[in-house]
Design a protein around this ligand. Structure first.
Ligand SMILES: [Zn+2]
Length: 382
């Protein structure tokens, strides 16, 4: 071991560094302070670090810290940003780590600063200089918003590793597959008129009724045509979550907006889904005089589908003592998979704690994660 702080002390330092991402530039805190702290600890452990800055109003960067040399090896990856602490909802200071009832409370403890404390502790335990294949610790920015960090990292070149473990909270159960996520916005533009003589107007609300009907019909078709029993919800889901339009009962509505998310199964092509969406909306409003606009609310997350027999899945099952499973949420894992790495999600904490007031990580999860990561590094890089 080296002079690194204990995992708990590292977590306290990371939690104290604000790093909330926001789509609103004035609220985005960037992640630079967290990246610099991680880079400092990694250098102390003998890593070579690469720091890529991202443009933006707040200082942001990605970090790749490489321990040992050679080809292949293992990536341990996570995001350093958090969501903003919900104003007034926390019963304690979100930036001060507090231990109570064997729980470590603080913003980002579970999602996912605890992962970095555990991963660094694992790196320290295995004496990385003696590794046959390298260990890369990857830390990204902006996962909670537009995923600009991982996309910049891919553009700049991911480390050429053979395996990747994304440390999002899975309760240390290996997750080998997850759904893909799209979030889309449809806006219909019509023409306002007085309701007493509606013929002069074009109602965006009435048009949206047709679009919604078409979307729900599409959902039925998707659920009939796609099924994967590996998932708890074995079909793709489509949720119309936001509907906004009009301002008065006696005015023909000129603008109506619908936002929905679509969770796809592995094997469903997201670009093809967007093309199909466009065709269906166009058909639904054909002949109405309405103009429509489609926009993705974020670039989308692909599904992850690492086969159950993959060596990394097997190793993680054996070392964790838990069979691999699947998840309904998206992560950065598909970007590593797309670069040719065998990829799983495996991290300390319960996803139910993520993005919640009084977020916590069970105190024993930190040490358990550090041990599991150390075992994985020994198995895959020694
Ligand atoms: Zn997360």
């Amino acid at each position: 071991m080296t002079g690194l702080p204990s995992p708990r002390a590292m977590l306290a330092e990371l939690v104290a560094l604000p790093s909330a991402s926001s789509f609103e530039p004035e609220l985005d805190e960037g992640n630079r302070a967290v990246i610099d702290r991680l880079a400092g600890w990694a250098v102390e452990l003998g890593a070579t670090v690469r720091l890529d800055e991202l443009p933006g109003p707040a200082p942001r960067a990605n970090l790749v810290a490489t321990f040992g040399g050679g080809d292949g090896g293992l990536v341990l990856a996570g995001h350093t940003d958090t969501v903003a602490a919900e104003a007034g909802a926390w019963s304690r200071d979100p930036l001060r780590l507090a231990e109570e009832d064997d729980r470590l409370y603080g913003l980002g403890t579970c999602d996912m600063k605890g992962f970095f404390a555990a991963a660094l502790c694992a790196a320290a335990r295995v004496a990385p200089s003696g590794l046959r294949a390298p260990l890369h610790l990857v830390a990204t920015a902006d996962e909670e918003c537009a995923m600009e960090g991982i996309r910049a990292l891919v553009a700049g070149g991911l480390p050429p590793a053979r395996w990747a473990v994304v440390g999002e909270p899975t309760g240390l159960v290996p997750v080998r597959a997850h759904k893909g996520v799209l979030m889309e916005r449809i806006v219909l533009h019509g023409r306002a008129a007085h309701s007493s003589d509606p013929a002069g107007g074009v109602s965006a609300v009435e048009g949206m009724a047709r679009v919604l009907d078409a979307l729900l019909g599409w959902r039925d078709e998707l659920q009939r045509d796609h099924r994967d029993e590996a998932f708890a919800v074995p079909v793709p889901t489509l949720n119309p979550g936001v509907l906004r339009g009009g301002d008065r009962p006696n005015r023909v509505c000129a603008r109506c907006e619908l936002q929905f998310d679509l969770r796809s199964l592995p094997g469903m092509d997201q670009e093809a889904l967007r093309v199909e969406l466009c065709a269906r909306v166009a058909r639904a409003v054909a002949g109405t005089g309405l103009r429509f606009e489609l926009r993705s609310l974020y670039p989308g997350t692909a599904a992850l589908a690492t086969p159950p027999e993959a060596a990394l899945v097997r190793a993680a099952e054996e070392l964790s003592g838990r069979p691999a499973t699947t998840a309904p949420y998206g992560t950065e894992a598909p970007w590593f998979a797309a670069a040719g790495m065998e990829t799983i999600v495996l991290g300390p904490g319960d996803i139910a704690q993520a993005h919640r007031a009084d977020e916590f990580l069970a105190a024993d999860a930190l040490d358990a994660a550090a041990m599991l990561y150390a075992d994985l590094i020994e198995r895959l890089c020694r």
